[in-house]
Design a protein around this ligand. Structure first.
Ligand SMILES: Nc1ncnc2c1ncn2[C@@H]1O[C@H](COP(=O)(O)OP(=O)(O)OP(=O)(O)O)[C@@H](O)[C@H]1O
Ligand SMILES: [Mg+2]
Length: 285
């Protein structure tokens, strides 16, 4: 991918990139991110479930402190690729990976897996809080990682994480109630807070809003927008509007291949590949 010319702000598309009100500034920001060492770099990544090859050699970069979205039809390998980035696939006995993934230039397969997952957190499509209190859901990670020594440090971490996930105001008076007493959208923000509590460098989000109403979705999108100051974010979404709203970069997957990867503005307003254009204009998928 070569440095991007600044797109014209009046460029037309049926998908508004509403967050990106200053397209010239966005292009400059993206070029800056691309000039630095990528946070994650995958090279010729192949993934097998038994004999089935689900990813056919993915090469792409995830840029530091930016939001990258993966889009594409169901079954094309988005979740498979996302899970591989923090080695979540290793729980699937028949799975096998070929190729390379680097985190800050170092091979992720050489890291201790718990250390990797502390640096790269993940939030799944369905909220999956632990059957514990709201407080204990958040406190668990910092405690087992030895990040908090005293009760007041734990309290601070719980408050800070809930604030970062925009849940503090709704949860502060019921911290010791079960996490299941929260609504679905609140539970999803709790899972994000839990992931944030160990200060990850990268957050992987697999369709985090698919079960949520538009208000809860908007809260999570706001949160993603704020988090990218401190965290690199990769989000899988079926909503092209969502990708267009939150992502700086977008990758389009199809049948186990990464068809096109570029700045979100380019993908939605001027894609290079016909398959991408067909997908974003709703001609297939
Ligand atoms: N645990 C598994 N065992 C065997 N095959 C799997 C497994 N998980 C996924 N697959 C297959 O791998 C391919 C990619 O699946 P994946 O879940 O990555 O797609 P996806 O793009 O995330 O789809 P969706 O948008 O529906 O979530 C599909 O053909 C799927 O059937
Ligand atoms: Mg998926």
């Amino acid at each position: 991918m070569t440095p991007m010319p600044a797109p014209t702000p009046q460029s037309t598309s049926h998908i508004p990139t509403t967050r990106h009100s200053n397209a010239v500034q966005d292009a400059a920001d993206n070029n800056k991110a691309m000039a630095a060492t990528p946070k994650l770099s995958a090279t010729n990544l192949k993934f097998y479930y038994g004999a089935f090859e689900a990813l056919h050699g993915i090469t792409m970069q995830v840029y530091d402190k930016r939001v990258t979205a993966f889009i594409g039809p169901s079954g094309c390998g988005k979740s498979t690729f996302l899970r591989t980035l923090n080695r979540m696939h290793e729980t699937i006995r028949t799975s096998r990976v070929e190729g390379q993934i680097l985190l800050d230039g170092g091979d992720i397969f050489q890291l201790e897996v718990s250390a990797l997952r502390r640096r790269i957190g993940m939030v799944f499509q369905r909220p999956n809080p632990f059957p514990k209190s709201i407080y204990d859901n958040i406190a668990y990670g910092p405690r087992i990682n030895g990040m908090t020594k005293s009760k007041s440090e734990v309290n601070d971490k719980v408050e800070q994480s809930l604030r970062r996930a925009a849940l503090w105001e709704e949860a502060k008076d019921k911290l010791h109630e079960s996490a299941y007493s929260l609504s679905g959208g609140q539970q999803q923000r709790l899972c994000i807070a839990r992931a944030l509590a160990v200060d990850p460098e990268v957050l992987l989000l697999d369709e985090p809003c698919s079960a949520l109403d538009p208000i809860a979705t908007a809260k999570i999108e706001d949160l993603i927008f704020q988090l990218k100051d401190s965290c690199t974010i990769v989000i899988v979404t079926h909503s092209m509007q969502q990708a267009a709203r939150v992502a700086d970069f977008t990758g389009f997957f199809l049948l186990g291949n990464l068809i096109e990867f570029d700045s979100t503005t380019v993908i939605f307003k001027n894609p290079a590949k016909k398959e991408t254009e067909d997908y974003i204009t709703g001609r297939f998928g």
